[in-house]
Design a protein around this ligand. Sequence first.
Ligand code: ATP
Ligand code: MG
Length: 396
Amino acid sequence: MADEPSLTRWSFQFGRKKVAAATAQTSSESQQNGQTTAVASNGNGHVKNLSDMAVYEQYRNQDRSSTLHSNGVLPNGINEIPQKPLIPAFDSSETRALAESLCRDIIRGSPNVKWESIKGLENAKRLLKEAVVMPIKYPKYFTGLLSPWKGILLFGPPGTGKTMLAKAVATECKTTFFNISASSVVSKWRGDSEKLIKVLFELARHHAPSTIFLDEIDAIISQRGEASSEHEASRRLKTELLIQMDGLTRTKELVFVLAATNLPWELDAAMLRRLEKRILVPLPEPEARRTMFEELLPSQPDEDMLPYDLLVERTEGFSGSDIRLLCKEAAMQPLRRLMTLLEDREEIVPDDELPKVGPLRSEDIETALKNTRPSAHLHAHRHEKFNSDYGSQILQ
Ligand SMILES: Nc1ncnc2c1ncn2[C@@H]1O[C@H](COP(=O)(O)OP(=O)(O)OP(=O)(O)O)[C@@H](O)[C@H]1O
Ligand SMILES: [Mg+2]
């Protein structure tokens, strides 16, 4: 987890300059809201057109004039249209403060993970599209009995792409995306955990359609500390989470809970019942491994083909992140050879005179294969078993 690129988080302006007077809140929020959206579009380095706009923004803007810019500012620069405040009206300053800190966990703009960059996992992608993407794009079909699944669990061995899939959902659907990890829950709201959950769901409904992503959910709900008070706090958090998730099935706002874990058997029956759709994210198949190798270690046109068959054959049981490590190890070998040459030189070679890194040789691949071990395969059969007991399958 530590080597993961961190998700884009927007620190909202109001978090730093707190608005003191409650009466001034609405107007200043709408202004700041406008500012923040503008920053979001700049920060992503692209101008928002309609298809690029977050779904919730489109939904917000749907009955506004088409001449309106995406940041809510009219072409003449006057910010006249009242915007939905970032934070709904809370009665106490305490809950308001919680909501503000939660807003910092909202991801705006996209984490930029495309479906195509996730290799293999066709079933998982299909199930996710059916469960989240389609209901947001075409809500008309998903009513009554077909109302969307509100709780989805991604489970599988570590390093197989669960977090990537969630980011792809965020990129694809452009819903308001709340990225909640065990560390943020524990660090920020130790004593106030159940209030935090309440505020979180309220915010999510306020910004609907939204996705609440609970990464490493086993850690969030099974935090056990030495002190009994910690234990108590975690129990209250879990109970509140169950209550709020129950509430989702009754509200008409689109709020999804997307959870990920590599220890699904640690979730109790009550939680599993609410995570209605359970999707296995397995170790990569040979075909997916081959695509990963071809992408990470591309063959150079003037060199021999790399032994992809050998790589695929010898990496049974490797996870996606093991494969990445293996490729890194192999790609390091030519650089190591070059380093030895450079070390012999007395003076530092200037940047523009640095020699080119040589090609990858078959023996480099052999060395990398010898030095890299799979890390996630030991529990793979348990995940398969959990999948056949509780998982959602694709019906052809
Ligand atoms: N299917 C895949 N396609 C491409 N890259 C992958 C795939 N699976 C894993 N990876 C690589 O492994 C890294 C880790 O993936 P990710 O963080 O999504 O794993 P995870 O399933 O969330 O693991 P954990 O359970 O430990 O949180 C990714 O950054 C990516 O480089
Ligand atoms: Mg993860």
